[in-house]
Design a protein around this ligand. Structure first.
Ligand code: ATP
Length: 224
């Protein structure tokens, strides 16, 4: 499968402290990965680096066959990579407005935005919340809306930071159920998580941060 992103010698330091030095990270197209590791190993930091929200050093970055520098963060990566925070921040307008905002910013015609928003709300099971104020929503609803808001942008790489943290029961299961369909349209997803059910999703590959290094291993179960 075609490689989406390949990074060599990715180093992150906070002051004197070196958080990690990753020899090689490869993200293939249409692939799902879980990023695991103990608290504080740098999972969120790694996602934030990939999203251009945190500076880092790398000896080589290749994104869609183009050799790039990580700083300044390349515009081609900014347009194609979307990061979803574990506590998504929303405008206090309406759910529909939050989901459509990125498309409006991209200049899509109003009718197109409305169509994408409707589809995304249906996909995330939040159509009934269309006109709700985000402040009144539960954590699970907010996370599903954040996934819908990211999905409408059709990112080539979606970075999810602990998408099921602080969720339990049905809310957690609803979020987990959405994950496999995120890679169906050829996009890739990397999820930082501790959730065993996410780690065990079929076809998901595991990246593990440990002692400042990244270990990659494929799950035995593969989707057909
Ligand atoms: N801006 C910063 N300045 C200094 N240190 C930082 C900064 N951001 C993160 N760190 C430190 O880097 C380490 C890794 O943090 P990070 O949030 O990436 O870990 P994590 O693996 O996602 O942890 P968790 O599983 O608890 O969410 C932590 O020790 C954290 O305190």
């Amino acid at each position: 499968m075609r490689i989406l992103l390949s990074i060599h010698q990715l180093k992150k330091q906070f002051g004197e402290r070196q958080l990690f030095e990753i020899e090689h990270l490869t993200i293939r197209q249409a692939s799902a990965y879980v990023l695991t590791g103990l608290n504080g190993t740098g999972k969120s930091t790694l996602l934030r680096i990939l999203a251009g929200l945190e500076p880092a050093q790398a000896s080589e970055v290749v994104f869609l066959d183009q050799s790039l520098a990580l700083a300044p963060y390349p515009s081609s990566m900014r347009a194609a990579i979307v990061y979803v925070h574990q506590h998504p921040v929303m405008f206090s307008t309406s759910v529909a407005h939050n989901i459509g905002y990125g498309l409006v910013a991209r200049g899509l015609p109003k009718a197109e935005v409305a169509r994408h928003v409707d589809e995304a709300m249906e996909w995330a099971g939040v159509s009934h919340l269309r006109d709700s104020k985000p402040l009144t929503l539960s954590g699970g609803e907010k996370q599903r809306i954040a996934l819908a808001r990211a999905k409408v942008l059709e990112p080539k790489l979606l970075l999810l930071d602990e998408p099921t943290a602080n969720l339990d029961g049905a809310a957690r299961e609803q979020v987990i159920a959405l994950i496999p369909s995120l890679v169906k349209n050829g996009g890739s997803v990397v999820m930082a998580c501790h959730d065993r059910d996410l780690i065990a999703l079929p076809g998901v590959e595991r990246l593990k941060l440990r002692d400042g290094r990244l270990q990659a291993r494929q799950q035995r179960v593969r989707v057909a």
